[in-house]
Ligand binder design. Sequence first.
Ligand code: PLP
Length: 465
Amino acid sequence: MIFAAAFLKLLKLVYKRKESPVRVNVRGVEISMVCDNITVNGKGHLCFDGQDTVELAQKYGTPVYLMDEDRIRYNCRVYRRAMEKYFGGESMALYASKAASFAKIYSIVSEEGLGADVVSSGEIYTAMAAGFDMSKAFFHSNNKTDEDIAYAISCGIGFFVADNVEELNAIERIAAQKNVKQKVLLRLTPGIDPHTYAAVATGKVDSKFGSAIETGQAEEITKYALSLEHVVLDGFHCHVGSQVFDSDVYLRASDVMLEFISDMKKKYNYSAKRLDLGGGYGVRYIESHPHIDIDANIKQVADSIKAKAAQLNIEMPVIHMEPGRSIVADAGMTLYTVGTIKKIPGYKNYVSIDGGMTDNPRFALYRSPYTVILANKADKPCDFECSLVGRCCESGDIIQENIKLPDDVSRGDIAAVLTTGAYNYSMASNYNRIPRPPIVMVRGNESYVAVKRESLADLVANDVL
Ligand SMILES: *Cc1c(COP(=O)(O)O)cnc(C)c1O
């Protein structure tokens, strides 16, 4: 009975996502939304995973992060299936949890068969709190403290992704104290710059992360790792970039990595078991961003790696990928209530909301594009040009510039910022002592709180009074 229900649900999920992108009437024209989990209902209200966002705003208050649980699961399944289909064996996608780290997400990705990439004791603690199987966790970061290393080993972390020699020494020393053999991957820089689409001698080689293949440092650290007693060298890792829309960078990075693996085999008779290609597939923040067919991209990468491994006559390594953004970004949406509207004739218009850079610092940090829609007037034409700004005492507190909203935008309206599932909650702060919004999960006809709204009392919880 339960099986049948679960199966039906799965079928529904797969079927639903196979529909072509939903075209809805927004701004007076038929357009396809940045993601097919967004629609508009008969009241002209924006819907997320079929639920009326205006009602959700009323029920949970604003600002609020919404997360579409079905979409997270769907995104996980796309990776899981493609990894199984094209790489097979132990190959597995790891959710890069820095994109959005809270207890519930670790349960979801674990249920969907993904491992996790963690970057701090805090993320490890959160994963542990959710009962995550730590043998499927990979510990990143370019500067792990001795405390981090000791904590991760005591939690039974599966793998360290070691960045440099000092860190290898610390892992060796602490693993020896704890009498464990610790599996480690080495983070290498293959010298690929994803944004110029050229293999460059500088650029990624001068990154603060990892050891460069080109300078010989990668070989040095490999040789050194192989000499250690409590470090078990299990393979290599690289991460080429973020918001990448093309497999080309992965093809070139994996070529360089496989050549390095082959080189290590010849020189030291070392066969790397794993190759972790990092994260980075892009998502659509705005209409002009392309759709990525993850399955087709992974197939292309797999075909290329298999051919290269055969050509080099090396064993096919276990492959990992570490998607963060592409698992959670389009599963998120932030709702705000509109407050002050300031019109400066001949200059600029400002629409202020009850959140801002404290819950979404990405425009302030690197001018990230976002799509903004007035949730309670989603079917109205949009001719009012304005900037959506936050409530912080900081002129850079902008969510998006030069957007268009309906002419009658007014205090009390609900503004929705789309595709906020990645690097919003996880980058949120309490600047100006503004409490962090809650995360409300929507699933089917239900919604529930996964992270509570911070209270004013929470803000002084650590203050010594
Ligand atoms: C940030 C990061 C990821 C995830 O990148 P996305 O662009 O969110 O997919 C994966 N691996 C490493 C090492 C990272 O630093």
